[in-house]
Write a protein that binds this ligand. Structure first.
Ligand code: SME
Length: 156
């Protein structure tokens, strides 16, 4: 059975192949979210919150796989809003002790959130992956997801 990093490598290649030449950011987000959630059993909710061009200090839900997600998250609120503010990946081992965590689904116990930047270096979105397991995400998830997020908007 391949290790997690090997699976991330395979998924990164699949995403790159499917989005090759695609000019829609939404289509790219949807593709990445689908292929990632299909690949990993420890994922429960997988999706993107996008910086709203009309309200640049607010995230609005984008393509996702999973149960109903909340629609808007202000910068600085919850895990996604914190990552939007800092521009740095966060792994939360237990969401119940994260101050201000936004509980969209009570089954979520841990999560990882990774920033997505556009080619100009501005924050475009955050990738939010939630798990029903406690402590589901580690350094390998961080490395794998950061590689994917780094090139997701390349060329747009
Ligand atoms: N977990 C997020 C909220 C979004 S949902 O879980 C889909 C957070 O606290 O930022």
């Amino acid at each position: 059975m391949p290790g997690k990093l090997q699976t991330y490598e395979r998924v990164a290649k699949e995403i790159a192949a499917v989005i090759d030449g695609e000019t829609s950011a939404i289509a790219r987000y949807a593709t990445a979210g689908c292929l990632l959630s299909e690949a990993f059993a420890h994922y429960y909710w997988t999706g993107f919150y996008l910086v709203d061009p009309r309200k640049p200090d607010e995230l609005v839900v984008g393509p996702y796989q999973g149960t109903l997600g909340c629609l808007r998250i202000p910068f600085g609120k919850g895990v996604c809003g914190t990552v939007a503010e800092t521009g740095k990946t966060l792994i939360v081992k237990d969401v119940h002790v994260f101050p201000g965590h936004i509980a969209c689904d009570a089954l979520t116990n841990s999560e990882i959130v990774v920033p997505v930047f556009d080619t100009a270096g501005n924050l475009a979105a955050v990738l939010d992956v939630d798990s029903t397991q406690m402590n589901a995400f580690d350094e390998d998830d961080k490395i794998g997801l950061e590689v994917i997020c780094k090139t997701l908007l390349a060329g747009l």
